[in-house]
Write a protein that binds this ligand. Structure first.
Ligand code: HEC
Length: 229
């Protein structure tokens, strides 16, 4: 069932379509595997592609830690997409809202491009949280633990980044076609892509709780005979 999308923190999207998310992630994983350093031929082997300079400039240096990058850059842009469509239910029934004017669509494009381009900046090593760190919930890893996990598995980190970029590319395409209906999928896919990285690196214990909960719901449905085939 659809609900109005309001608020700011990453949260369950109103109308998830699991299949689409899985497709996005599969493509992401493949793309990431192709572009990971392990696919570069060992030095000495001839390479068909001429060497290009890695960057048009000297160095990439970060300005803010990961937490502030999220709060000040990714989250506001994501919010623009999360709240792009909504359904309001009141005494007069259901009304659906979406972008109407050229400015509305331009705002969505700005958000999609911001995410598509900026998410790659997460490849630059940077501190996870400012010093001193805030207090943390027991299901969260500490900033030091997040950093340790990341350093252990930068390939997965890269795949999670790529997954967000893929959804942002989908968003750009949907905006270009001005397809209001597909904005629902964009919101759901983006939410899932953000969450997947958070589950891997920030609060893995919450994913375990979620899996447990889903299993209980499944068992309950089976017992009460309401399971769908
Ligand atoms: C590649 C991994 C990765 C991706 C992709 C990612 N995040 Fe994050 N995000 C993190 C990590 C790691 C933290 C938490 C760091 C900590 O507090 O230890 C975080 C924290 C946050 C926070 C909390 C910031 C604060 O003030 O403490 C918000 C909000 C957030 N992310 C939003 C998003 C949104 C929205 C997206 C998708 C558009 C997204 N993130 C995608 C890794 C990611």
């Amino acid at each position: 069932m659809r609900r109005s999308k309001t608020g700011s923190a990453p949260r369950p999207a109103p109308r998830g379509r699991g299949g689409q998310v899985a497709t996005v992630l599969t493509v992401a994983a493949m793309t990431a595997a192709c572009s990971s350093p392990s696919s570069v031929p060992p030095s000495g082997e001839p390479s068909a592609v001429p060497e290009a300079p890695a960057l048009w400039g000297l160095q990439m240096t970060p300005v803010v830690p990961v937490t502030e990058f999220m709060r000040d850059l990714l989250q506001p842009a994501a919010d623009t997409l999360f709240t792009s469509v909504s359904v309001v239910v009141d005494k007069d029934g259901e009304s659906e809202y979406g972008p109407r004017t050229d400015e509305d669509w331009a705002r969505l494009r700005t958000a999609a491009v911001t995410i598509a381009e900026s998410v790659f900046l997460l490849k630059i090593p940077r501190p996870i949280a400012p010093e001193p760190d805030r207090e943390r919930h027991e299901t969260e890893l500490t900033a030091a633990q997040v950093l340790e996990k990341l350093q252990e598995d930068t390939v997965l980190w890269d795949a999670r980044i790529q997954a967000v970029r893929n959804v942002a590319l989908q968003a750009i395409d949907v905006v270009e076609r001005r397809d209001t209906e597909e904005l629902w999928d964009v919101g759901a896919n983006l939410y899932q892509a953000c969450q997947n990285c958070h589950y891997d690196y920030w609060y893995p214990a919450q994913r375990d709780l979620l899996i447990e909960l889903e299993e209980k719901v499944r068992q309950f449905r089976e017992q009460s005979g309401s399971a769908t085939p």
